[in-house]
Design a protein around this ligand. Structure first.
Ligand SMILES: [Mn+2]
Length: 357
């Protein structure tokens, strides 16, 4: 698996006339090497290295195959070791990940690379990561299965006078007990008028009758994220609540029906956005329709008005329209799908007709 990825990366390096790449972004190190600790990976046409420190040396040995593990001594810089290794190989043009270094790190890198030409790259490995292989899809499916189970579990706990934070604790505990390494991102669980905040922060607010409750959460399995959102209600919805909910749901269904290879992200966004606008809620849908999911919770491709990326089989994306009305509340419904040859396979199996508790 890693050899396939390294071969693809080497092809990319020669495309860009690079002799090698210094990989510093942790998800990219994990993707190309399997190493999940801290350090740098160096991929060249000849040899591959992992530069790390004592804390991770044993881990690096057990997680990787075909890499030379170089342990840095105390007081030494990863970049100076990288420079010496690359110099010894006689290489002259090396790429680095400009999107993952701080200015301070960049200055340090430049100070060590005296006689090697450094080239900024942006997203080389991300371009490989955008379509998932069969293993990755299995991991994402497993993460989503845990998420679906946790949603069913938490429904029994949602009732008036229980706080948002209590529910988050129960939800995350359940996911861990069921195989999630950690949360895919900070759980969003908001109630009442706070549901108008797309990324609201859970608090000690207690659930009240007639509240919308929005739960946006995910698990992580072998490093891979899941992502889903459901909005439910305590008691019977008002006419307006029901109209908002059904508008979001119908927008999502329209987008899910359209998804297929060959279309652009913006085409999918447009069908949902147009429908919501037609129902009179256009100005209340202020974010993109969806995003890729993988080792990171937000990846390419984007399903947004600016989404130029052409969809391909193996891409995993969310579809998550929403309507948010200040001082009233909001609804978001989010599924995660994998794009197939014919359309898409929905990986999210939780109920999405309005659940009234
Ligand atoms: Mn999402």
């Amino acid at each position: 698996m890693f050899q396939v990825r390294i071969n693809k990366l080497r092809e990319k390096l020669s495309e860009y006339t690079l002799d090698g790449l210094i990989v510093s972004k942790s998800e990219n190190i994990y993707y190309t090497t399997g190493f999940s600790g801290e350090g740098l990976a160096i991929i060249t046409g000849q040899k591959n290295y992992i530069i790390t420190d004592f804390r991770y040396t044993e881990q690096a040995k057990s997680e990787t195959i075909g890499f030379e593990i170089v342990e840095i001594g105390s007081g030494l810089s990863h970049f100076s070791i990288a420079y010496n290794l690359l110099k010894d190989l006689g290489l002259s043009t090396i790429g680095f990940e400009s999107h993952s270094l701080t200015v301070k790190e960049y200055d340090k890198l430049v100070s060590h690379f005296k006689n090697i030409n450094l080239v900024k790259t942006n997203g080389l490995i991300e371009e490989l990561r955008v379509t998932k292989d069969a293993n990755e899809i299995t991991f994402i499916k497993t993460a989503q299965e845990i998420t679906d189970k946790a949603f069913e579990h938490i429904l029994d706990f949602i009732k008036p006078e229980v706080s948002e934070l209590d529910l988050v604790a129960e939800l995350e505990y359940f996911m861990k007990k069921n195989g999630s390494e950690k949360v895919a991102f900070e759980t969003i669980l908001v109630s009442g008028s706070k549901t108008s905040l797309p990324h609201g922060i859970p608090s000690d607010r207690k659930i009240q009758p007639k509240d919308f409750i929005t739960i946006d959460f995910g698990a992580r399995f072998n490093g891979y994220c899941s992502d889903m959102t459901r909005t439910i209600i305590i008691g019977k919805p008002s006419e307006e609540q029901l109209s908002i909910y059904n508008t979001v749901l119908n927008a999502q269904i329209r987008a899910l029906k359209l998804i297929r290879p060959g279309l652009k992200g913006k085409d999918i966004d447009n069908v949902a956005r147009k429908y919501i606008a037609e129902q009179g809620y256009g100005k209340y849908f202020g974010h993109g329709l969806g995003h890729g999911v993988g080792l990171e919770i937000h990846e390419e491709p984007r399903l947004s008005p600016k989404g130029e990326c052409v969809l391909l089989p193996g891409m995993v994306v969310t579809v998550e329209p929403g309507i948010y009305i200040e001082n009233f509340g909001g609804v978001r419904i989010e599924d995660m799908v994998v794009i197939t040859e014919e359309g898409c396979e929905n990986l999210t199996h939780s109920e999405k007709r309005l659940i009234c508790l």
